[in-house]
Design a protein around this ligand. Structure first.
Ligand code: PBG
Length: 335
């Protein structure tokens, strides 16, 4: 005699076909944004020790990479320059150089694949000698919010002029989204979007990224660390307040970062806003999956897929991830 039960949930899990038919969450290549590190010179691709499979590319390699990503169905890339130490100073002067690496790379990318959406990071940390995202107060004990916003506005205009489709302020200063929106509009860049790093937490998981761009000096070993501007990992409500402020200031899309450790924040924010939501699976999230896979402790592909699916399921529309290319390849191959 079969058990007298009305529901047998396993009916919808029995075969791969039935599972596919009833799947609630799907990942698409077009959900993914590929972060790319760029370096000057003719060398490379240069591997990054703590990020297996990720390389620093020079501008011509970047163009090839973007062509390949486009073929794989990726529609957006986020560019991060590596600035040689000799070009860094306390105010990040190099960020305002119209011929700086990231702007040259962006122009080359736009010329080669105009449809590919360029997200450009707006923050001073790749350019400052101290590695902070902004300009310090004269006593060096704080990042000067308003002076930094003025620089970020200038930077956003330069990036828009060089072909950025979206500027993505990642600095966590107050009032920067509104200031950037107004400046873009007055300069005629009404079509340039803003993807706001709205809820960016002061996370240990940015470590490998800081190695990749050489901004590690601000990681917390000095008098001033990034906890004075990035969010407290303990504060989900504060994250919603900040994100809704960015929406009110004119952001086109909001971002939560890191992603996998903040799924609660993604899902709470999903209920609070109707704007598109992005989440950044950061360098440390990538590194820990890669490391466990190298040790034979996790299956790389399955852990990768599950980590990305979780972010999508929590409510993110877009995911910035270092797995973008490999994930898109798997999706294209149907594996
Ligand atoms: C800085 C910035 C950081 C990341 C993206 N933009 C690091 C930081 O705040 O120190 C981290 C991304 C990652 O870890 O993958 N503006």
């Amino acid at each position: 005699m079969p058990l007298d039960i009305t529901q047998r949930h396993r009916r919808l899990r029995r075969t791969s076909a039935v599972r596919e038919l009833f799947r609630e969450t799907q990942l698409r290549a077009a959900d993914l944004i590929a972060p790319i590190f760029i370096q000057g010179g003719s060398e490379g691709p240069t591997p990054i020790g703590s990020m297996p499979g990720v390389f620093r590319l020079n501008p011509s390699q970047l163009v090839d990479e973007i062509k390949e990503l486009w073929q794989l169905g990726i529609r957006g890339v986020a560019l991060f320059p590596v600035t040689p130490p000799g070009l860094k100073d306390p105010t990040g002067t190099e960020a305002m150089n119209p011929a700086c690496l990231v702007l040259r790379a962006m122009r080359a990318a736009k010329a080669a694949v105009p449809e590919m959406l360029l997200f450009s990071d707006i923050a001073l940390d790749p350019f400052t000698s101290h590695g902070h995202d902004g300009i310090l107060t004269p006593d060096g004990l704080d990042v000067d919010n308003d002076a930094t916003v003025a620089r970020l506005v200038e930077m956003a205009l330069l990036h828009a002029r060089s072909g950025a489709d979206f500027v993505a302020p990642s600095d966590m200063m107050d009032g920067r989204v509104g200031a950037i929106r107004r400046a873009l509009d007055s300069a005629g860049f009404t079509s340039t979007g803003i993807l706001a790093y709205s809820a960016k937490f002061a996370s240990a998981y940015y470590g490998p990224f800081r190695e990749a761009v050489g901004s590690a000096s601000a990681a917390g070993t000095r008098a001033l660390d990034k906890r004075s501007y990035q969010m407290d990992p303990a504060n989900p409500r504060a994250a919603i307040i900040d994100a809704l402020e960015d929406e009110a200031e004119g952001a086109d899309a909001l971002m939560v970062k890191p992603a996998g450790l903040y799924l609660d924040v993604i899902s709470a924010l999903r209920r609070e806003t109707r704007l598109p939501l992005a989440a950044y699976q950061v360098s440390g999230e990538y590194a820990q999956i890669q490391a466990a896979a190298q040790l034979g402790w996790l299956d790389l592909v399955q852990a990768r897929n599950e980590s990305l699916l979780a972010i999508k399921r929590a409510g993110a529309d877009l995911i910035l991830t270092y797995f973008a290319k490999e994930m898109a390849r798997s999706l294209q191959a149907g594996t």
